[in-house]
Ligand binder design. Structure first.
Ligand SMILES: Cc1cc2nc3c(=O)[nH]c(=O)nc-3n(C[C@H](O)[C@H](O)[C@H](O)COP(=O)(O)O)c2cc1C
Length: 192
């Protein structure tokens, strides 16, 4: 088995024209520079029943569950919609159950003034139900649309870059610890 940690980046928005694509690109660029991680993507526009992507419908759901199962860790990239997180993200979360167990998640959020932190606080409660640990540090982008440059790329401040580095260090620590623990003793025996 690879020593590298498999992290699935989860798109929180399924909206056409979503800003989420830019944020996910930003996350992917940074994760690609970290040798400790392999990356996968979980996207409501690809996997969900209402999606039109190549893996939508029933095959999309199986592919989605398989991606959740194979991942050791998750980075959820979520906007805030009406002081919560998008319905498309809830659909993704609810599509799997045991596949989430004893893994770890971190959050990159965006929106208006709040930078999506209300969505993140709600997600922490939801992930607790799925036996997913959540790391303390995250990155939030208030007025995220103002950070798109003339080249169409998303730009972060130095403190947001630092927050991302802290977040991924915590994610890696938890992901390694939990992977070792899952191998040492099946977690499912605690979930009867
Ligand atoms: C239905 C809807 C509700 C929104 N509600 C909030 C909100 O409560 N707080 C906030 O900060 N931004 C809110 N926004 C702004 C979004 O966070 C912002 O448009 C973001 O770019 C949406 O992400 P997306 O383009 O990836 O779907 C809302 C946007 C939409 C479409």
């Amino acid at each position: 088995m690879s020593e590298r940690i498999r992290v699935a980046i989860v798109y929180g928005s399924g909206r056409e024209g979503r800003l989420c694509d830019r944020l996910v690109d930003w996350v992917r660029e940074r994760m690609a520079m970290q040798a400790a991680f392999d990356m996968a993507l979980i996207d409501p526009r690809v996997h969900l029943l209402g999606g039109s992507g190549p893996a939508s419908g029933e095959s999309g759901l199986s592919a989605l569950r398989e991606e959740v199962f194979r991942a050791d860790a998750f980075i959820v990239v979520t906007p805030e919609y009406n002081h919560g997180y998008p319905a498309a993200l809830k659909e993704i979360i609810d599509a799997a159950y045991r596949e989430w167990h004893a893994k770890v998640a971190a959050f990159v959020s965006y929106g208006g003034t709040s930078g999506g932190i209300r969505a993140v606080e709600q997600l922490r409660q939801v992930f607790a139900e799925l036996h997913v640990a959540t790391v303390r540090d995250g990155v939030s982008f208030p007025h995220a649309w103002e950070r798109i440059g003339a080249d169409g790329r998303f730009a972060a401040t130095p403190s947001q870059e630092k927050a991302f580095a802290r977040m991924t260090a915590q994610l890696l620590w938890w992901a390694r610890a939990l992977r070792d623990a899952r191998l040492a003793a099946p977690y499912e025996e605690t979930v009867q």
